[in-house]
Ligand binder design. Structure first.
Ligand code: GLN
Length: 513
């Protein structure tokens, strides 16, 4: 399948062979024809997109320079777009409309990109398969019975299927890179702090980062160029100059030092993925890069550390969904009714116990009556019970547990110390080599429904992606062909903080062969 790239669209636009409006219309047609099967978009904004496209055409006619004119994008349902619903694929945020644009969105809009719709994902970005979504799973364009990966599954599938040029996802533990690998697209997780998080709904704030998907490294570099940079609205955004990412694409890999971490090539890695990576490493060597083995000795603690730190942060971040301020609210009349019925039942029980002279029972029931929930308390409980899905509840409970006073030192504080060791592993590796090459995932995509009831197996799949978030380093996934099972495979490049340029250079070389 040949898929449309932004680079082609830009050329066609510059040569007046098309207009932004025509480009957007043709993508909208493709979405309406194919999205029902893929479930990649959960909302399509035809009117807004066409209005945005017309404005871009007018601006171009007036001679305005818009670096992303002609780019058609999908946006993950965790990014705030003014006037549009952002629901994080959750029941609890149904009906919530953002009052402002995320900084990344504002920058893209100002650069001429057009947003055609909202893409599917796991609820609050928690998951590795896009199956934890109130909208149902997105489907892998390579085989509709298989998952897209997650959590940014819809963003990956939309790009892979040619329903938009590029899309944005978010990556807290692999949510851009793993679906990119499963769907066969390019996916970038920038350095923590490289892209403003303002307007990205928080999952685990110390790991969250917005990242782009595209068909080519060049399209992804163009998005990064616009969204990267300091933002006073996000105190964790880095005040580090933004280089020219496009220039990195034509750099040579000759003389670059590439490291292969031993811990990423052990048991559990699919043999065909391994062979495909070996093949790419040989080609990079032939192009003049040198290759050596390195060690990231704390890798095996990555999953445990990640699932302690991120659930702790999630339990705090998600406390704000209480049914008072945002989105879904449990039905108040039902709550009042339920409480009245409970009260009556207790009062009747007390009267009966008194009549039988059963003082102990009467006392116990009196106590229950005195402790009955207030309407407000029941509103919180019911809203959250009904509004959150099973995985989100599991993580809120895990996170609350690891932060509770008796267990804080054993879990949360210890995980923070291990996080430091994981970061030091990377520091040491990047003192020896420029870039690391690893698999993105241990296996290709799995069947929808096959491990959804087994959270531990699902978590273990994140082994190659979570440590980059714990350390804050950037990661780029590029497609490296098709597995004998007929599904895409991906290769991951990891670099030091703010080392995106090198990743783009090597990624470009891998894709151009
Ligand atoms: N799959 C990981 C998880 O379930 C990563 C999610 C993410 O990066 N948002 O948490």
């Amino acid at each position: 399948m040949t898929v449309p790239t932004f680079a082609d669209a830009r050329t066609a636009l510059q040569q007046h062979e098309t207009s932004c409006t025509a480009l957007v219309s043709s993508f909208l047609d493709a979405i309406h024809a194919r999205n029902e099967a893929l479930n990649a978009f959960v909302a399509v904004h035809d009117e807004n997109a066409l209005a945005q496209a017309q404005a871009v055409d007018v601006a171009l006619a007036e001679g305005t320079d818009l670096p992303l004119a002609g780019m058609v994008m999908g946006l993950k349902d965790v990014l705030c777009v003014k006037g549009e619903q952002v629901a994080c694929a959750s029941r609890i945020l149904q009906g919530f409309e953002s009052l402002f644009d995320a900084t990344a969105i504002r920058r893209l809009r100002d650069a001429g990109a057009v947003f055609v719709g909202t893409t599917n994902c796991d609820e609050f970005a928690m998951g590795s398969s896009n199956e934890n979504s109130v909208y149902g799973p997105a489907r892998n364009p390579a085989n509709l019975d298989y998952v897209t990966g997650g959590s940014s599954g819809g963003s990956a599938a939309a790009v892979a299927a040619g329903l938009c040029h590029t899309s944005l996802g978010s990556d807290t533990g692999g949510s851009v890179r793993q679906p990119a690998a499963f769907c066969g697209t390019v996916g970038l997780k920038p350095t923590y702090g490289r892209v403003s998080r303002y307007g990205l709904v928080a999952y685990a704030s110390s790991c969250d980062v917005i990242g782009p998907f595209g068909h080519t490294v060049s399209d992804v570099a163009d998005v990064l160029q616009v969204i990267a940079g300091h933002d006073p609205s996000d105190a964790t955004s880095a005040n580090v100059p933004v280089p020219n990412y496009r220039a990195a694409l034509s750099e040579s890999v000759a003389g670059l030092k590439i490291g292969l971490p031993d811990e990423y090539f052990g048991d559990g890695l699919d043999a065909d993925i391994r062979a495909a990576i070996d093949e790419q490493v040989k080609r990079l060597e032939a192009a003049g890069a040198s290759v050596q083995r390195v060690s990231l000795p704390h890798t095996s603690y990555g999953i445990a550390t990640y699932y302690i730190i991120t659930t702790a942060e999630a339990s705090s971040n998600l406390a704000r969904y209480d049914g008072i301020r945002y989105g879904y609210r449990a039905d108040l009349a039902t709550i009042r009714n339920d409480l009245a019925t409970e009260r009556r039942t207790l009062q009747e029980g007390i009267a009966e116990a008194d009549a039988h002279g059963n003082a102990l029972v009467a006392e116990a029931l009196e106590k229950q009556l005195a402790q009955q929930d207030s309407v407000l308390r029941r509103l919180y409980t019911d809203t959250r019970t009904q509004g959150f899905g099973a995985e989100v509840k599991r993580r809120i409970m895990l996170g609350t547990y690891v932060l509770s006073s008796g267990y804080y030192d054993a879990y949360y504080a210890k995980a923070q110390r291990v996080r430091r060791l994981i970061k030091q592993d990377y520091d040491r590796a990047f003192a020896q080599v420029d870039v690391l090459i690893t698999p993105a995932t241990p296996t290709p995509a799995f069947k929808i429904g096959s491990i959804v009831d087994d959270p531990l197996t699902m978590y273990l799949n994140d082994i190659y992606t979570v440590t980059a978030n714990l350390a804050g380093v950037p990661g780029l996934v590029v497609p490296i062909g098709t597995h004998p099972a007929g599904l895409p495979m991906g290769l991951q490049l990891l670099g030091p903080h703010f080392g995106e340029e090198r990743l783009l250079t090597v990624g470009q070389q891998v894709m151009q062969g």
